[in-house]
Design a protein around this ligand. Structure first.
Ligand SMILES: *Cc1c(COP(=O)(O)O)cnc(C)c1O
Length: 238
């Protein structure tokens, strides 16, 4: 595939810039409520399904970090942006198959979705330098979700510790869908407690529906898609 240079679209730029400003205000307010420095919270704009032009608009609006959940989509978008001289930090936040690790390592600076020892081992084998990783934890024990159970994390860290190329920086979770984000506060609190007990600094938690509660509970990275780019198309069924 030949990457096309990215042109920013003026209308999209204004729409996304306003959304980014709104999200930043909400991050600052949540940080203030919990006596935290807003600068200690990284906003990752989740650009899955979003066109490269709109990713570029987010970067133009001051977002330095973009998150993608699929390797090929992220690699293609990173190439398109790079062709336009735009170089955000890319985070992989979705399931990573071991056979796609090599492709992922060329683009993504951090992998938030390390959900098995087999994946950690594959990253270690393929990487040529240390890779920033977060262990995904299925705090609520949902059958539909990937991740280590909370009581598996200590043993996982022990197994991963000898791997030269895997640097576990923290923990990540996707909270259950909830109409009222207050109902998932205990999920975020449990992840923070777990990370604290293990001496892990980074907490990747909080999405459009719940990022303020996540910040109040200690999130250092929030992954926000729809509040920045607007609603995504419904997944296609059938
Ligand atoms: C899609 C996605 C997000 C962002 O979700 P929004 O509701 O659009 O903010 C965050 N984290 C993960 C793992 C995702 O897949």
């Amino acid at each position: 595939m030949v990457a096309q240079p990215v042109q920013t679209i003026p209308g999209a730029l204004a729409f996304i810039a306003a959304n980014v400003a709104g999200v930043r205000r909400r991050i600052a307010a949540a940080a203030e409520r919990s006596n935290r420095d807003p600068a200690s919270i990284t906003l990752i704009a989740v650009s899955k399904t979003v066109a490269p032009e709109l990713c570029a608009a987010a970067v133009a609006a001051g977002v330095a970090d973009l998150g993608e959940n699929r390797v090929q989509e992220g690699v293609a978008k990173a190439a398109a942006l790079a062709a336009g001289g735009i170089h955000p930090t890319w985070h992989l936040i979705g399931n990573l198959q071991t056979n796609k690790v090599k492709a992922a390592l060329g683009t993504f600076r951090a992998i938030h979705s390390v959900d098995s020892l087999a994946l950690a081992a594959a990253i270690d084998r393929r990487a040529v330098s240390p890779v920033a990783c977060l262990l995904e934890v299925n705090v609520a024990g949902e059958a539909s979700k990937a991740g280590f159970a909370p009581d598996e994390v200590v043993a996982a860290l022990r197994e991963i510790a000898p791997l030269n190329h895997v640097r576990v920086r923290g923990l990540m979770t996707v909270a259950p869908l909830a109409a009222d984000p207050e109902t998932v506060r205990p999920v975020f609190r449990q992840l923070r407690t777990l990370a604290g007990s293990l001496g892990l600094a980074e907490l990747s938690m909080g999405m459009t529906g719940d990022f303020e509660v996540a910040i109040e509970e200690g999130a250092t990275m929030v992954r926000v898609g729809r509040a920045i780019f607007g609603a995504r198309p419904e997944p296609h069924h059938g």
